[in-house]
Design a protein around this ligand. Structure first.
Ligand SMILES: *Cc1c(COP(=O)(O)O)cnc(C)c1O
Length: 718
């Protein structure tokens, strides 16, 4: 565990017998501990719901009477004691994978930089897959004992919440995050003052302060600039995730890469390995080289040292998706910098120069790739596509990349119901071995009716959740009856239910299934075998075409001819994602190939017995075996630019008509669809171990972190 200065400043005065609630609330460890979540429900169930599962907020809103009453609740105190005993044992490093297998690297530190972290809803500093992956990475690092520290932003306005008014055009609501309601702690320096570090922006110094989030054994340091010491315009710099113009974005990235490194230094941390999750933090390598040159190395030596210990993960298979800045803008922010690196302007710009079709720009992916020994893509297809996309950096040879396919943090995404079922049939310690494929063979021992009944429970829970949200909107006068209908109030818990929920970006083709409305109508409205579709997802506020797609779906959901068999549930986030991936029968994914770098929501679905119906893109080609779900469009790969929409839609309809619907409704005398349940088991068995974050983090460790740490150890300290 890293020793750092983050005292529990925000904590609430509690009597001794329940004082440790403070420790528990301020460590997101509880998020993936079933007993800790039970404890919070036992504490005050209405408050648990009202605060949207935020124990910090629950703590801070307690009255003296509440506190006294809780202190006298003996069963609660006993349970708290048991949970905290486990907590204390787990915060030690005993028995963990990393220190057990690699004791010689116990003192290594891996610094992990990401612009977003999806840890829990109460900390809205993520927008989608990239953030969820970072959050899951840190949670698994805690479970495995990988010595990792995270670096990111504490955005005062977080990511927006989505409202869909009657006209169906998404509205973005930016709510100020009340920092005292989140599980973050101020980072202090040795004198007991707030720790701040200066970052040079143009002609001025901006001060950056940090917050600490505890994620089990791991700490994440989140930066912001919104405090008195900074000018009003600089206080806005970290206000939002992916907001502002290009210049603001560059300033944010300077803070992330350079400010982030300085925060770690100010805390006395000496990371051995530096992992950049996407190019947003790539300025980090410049600061590392500058530091080394300042100790007396030549530029070449410094570059080599930084290169050998850098890891870079790219996530974007579309050239336009990579951050790039005009040279003159970069010059304004770095004219004082290149001298200290032992470079002149020309050589400095060449570090990241990339011709994007219009001209040369300073490209963050190029900067990261040229300065990292370990570069990886996030699925096999994505790695191949990226390697080709960047081949001009390696004189026409594919970029030297490794492929590490994304996974999910199993304890965070498994439902309580499936967890308990697997406890009974895989063994009570199944979570400790969840990346072992042999263990999952035993999923075939689960009696069909048990698995099927659990799935029905999960489905009912999802509908209650959707209806509850609709009721809330109704009470608040936010929606009329048609809008409520479109948000799912008339959905049928017995019908085959297909979910499509993800960021709305055009390449994901949310409206593909509507291509032939008459045909879809026949599928949905079959009175013996009805089918329904649930959609959710946010469009980036600047993405007009994506907002148009949302509007289309919302309008179709209101169309009486489609029989209220379509719903759009607003404000997709981690919590809604949990209910949907667990509750629906089929998870639909139909991006244009090869634009889905990996995707992980289908992995969450499979873990919970939901079947994937997906285009063979991202992670799915590595998992699909013919019996564990369906492949839209088959294996024949069409090239970019060719019309994929018509054939993929045709394939989707055929699969629904001939395979998915018949299999679901083919029931035996007990009302159980044996073939379907068989596929659920096959899907759980094949997907869960291989697409876990545990398998993924072990790969990062063995293929990147350890070789990089060895390179660092082999080098005399500068
Ligand atoms: C898992 C998750 C994602 C990423 O999954 P995709 O398959 O890429 O959509 C995005 N958003 C939320 C809220 C998630 O939970």
């Amino acid at each position: 565990m890293i020793d750092c200065q983050c005292p529990n400043h925000n904590t609430v005065e509690l009597p001794e017998c329940i004082a440790r609630l403070n420790d528990l609330a301020y460590n997101l460890w509880w998020v993936w501990q079933a007993d800790a979540r039970e404890l919070f429900r036992m504490w005050d169930y209405p408050a648990w719901r009202r605060t949207r599962h935020n124990p910090v907020k629950m703590l801070r809103s307690m009255t003296q009477t509440d506190i006294d009453r809780l202190a006298q609740n003996i069963p609660f105190r006993r349970k708290l004691e048991r949970v905290m005993m486990r907590y204390d044992a787990e915060m030690q490093n005993g028995g963990l994978w990393f220190p057990g297998v690699y004791p010689e690297h116990k003192r290594s530190t891996i610094a992990y930089f990401s612009a977003e972290f999806g840890l829990h809803n109460s900390l809205p500093i993520y927008s989608g897959g990239l953030g969820i992956l970072s959050g899951d990475h840190c949670k698994e690092a805690s479970d495995l004992g990988v010595p990792l520290v995270g670096v990111g932003f504490m955005y005062p306005q977080g990511y927006f919440r989505q409202r869909i008014p009657a006209h169906g055009w998404q509205e973005a609501v930016h709510e100020a995050v009340d920092f005292t309601d989140t599980p973050i702690l101020p980072v202090m320096n040795g004198n007991g003052d707030r720790l701040t570090v200066p970052v040079r922006l143009d002609t001025r110094d901006v001060l950056v302060r940090a917050w600490c989030v505890r994620v089990g054994r791991v700490r994440i340091f989140l930066m912001d600039t919104d405090f008195e010491a900074n000018a009003p315009w600089d206080r806005e710099l970290t206000a939002r995730l992916y907001g502002g113009d290009q210049e603001m974005r560059l300033q944010q990235e300077v803070i992330l890469g350079i400010g982030g490194l300085r925060v770690l230094r100010a805390l006395g941390l000496q990371p051995t390995v530096w992992h950049m999750n996407e190019g947003h933090s790539a300025f980090l390598v410049l600061e590392r080289i500058r530091e080394l040159v300042q100790t007396g190395m030549t530029y070449e030596q410094a570059h080599q040292a930084a290169f050998e210990t850098s890891v870079f993960t790219t996530h974007t298979p579309v050239p336009a998706g990579h951050d790039a800045f005009p040279f003159n803008l970069v010059e304004r922010y770095f004219w004082h910098f290149w001298d200290d690196m032992g470079l002149d302007r020309e050589r400095f710009m060449q570090l990241a120069a990339h011709h994007d079709g219009w001209g040369n720009n300073f490209n963050m992916t190029v900067l990261a790739m040229r300065n990292s020994r370990y570069i990886n893509g996030v699925s096999k297809i994505h790695t191949a596509v990226s390697g080709k996309m960047w081949q001009n950096l390696w004189s026409g040879q594919p970029a030297p990349m490794i492929s590490i396919t994304n996974g999910i943090h199993t304890p965070s995404w498994v439902s309580g119901e499936i967890d308990r079922l697997l406890d009974r049939h895989l063994g009570p310690d199944w979570l400790q071995h969840h990346d072992d494929p042999a263990l999952w063979q035993r999923v075939y021992d689960v009696p069909d009716h048990e698995l099927w009944n659990v799935k029905q429970d999960l489905k009912r829970k999802m509908f209650s959740f959707i209806w509850d949200r609709a009721r809330q909107r109704w009470i608040e006068g936010e929606a009329d009856a048609t809008q409520l209908l479109a948000s799912g109030t008339m959905l049928d818990p017995e019908a085959l239910t297909i979910g499509f929920a993800r960021r709305f970006a055009t390449y994901k083709r949310a409206t593909l299934v509507f291509r032939d409305l008459e045909r879809l109508k026949r599928i949905l409205l079959d009175s013996n075998r009805p089918v329904q579709l649930i959609f959710a997802g946010k469009a980036h506020p600047a993405d007009e075409p994506a907002k148009h797609l949302i509007q289309q779906v919302v309008n179709l959901a209101k169309d009486h001819q489609l029989g209220a068999r379509i719903a759009f549930v607003q404000d997709y986030d981690m919590n809604l994602a949990r209910y949907l991936v667990q509750g629906v029968d089929v998870w639909l994914n139909n991006p244009r190939r090869p634009y889905e770098a990996s995707g992980t929501s289908g992995q969450k679905a499979a873990l919970n017995g939901t079947l994937n119906l997906s285009v063979l893109d991202g992670w799915w080609p590595e998992a699909y075996d013919g019996d564990n779900g369906w492949a839209i469009g088959g294996r024949n790969h069409r090239d970019e630019g060719e019309d994929q929409d018509a054939p993929d839609a045709e394939s989707l309809y055929q699969l629904l008509e001939q395979e998915v619907v018949p299999l679901f409704y083919q029931r035996d005398a007990d009302g159980i669809p044996r073939g379907w349940v068989q596929a659920m088991k096959e899907s759980m068995r094949t997907v869960s171990p291989a697409f876990s974050l545990r398998r993924m983090l072990k790969e990062y460790t063995e293929r990147a972190y350890l070789p990089a740490a060895r390179a660092a150890a082999a080098r005399p300290p500068a």
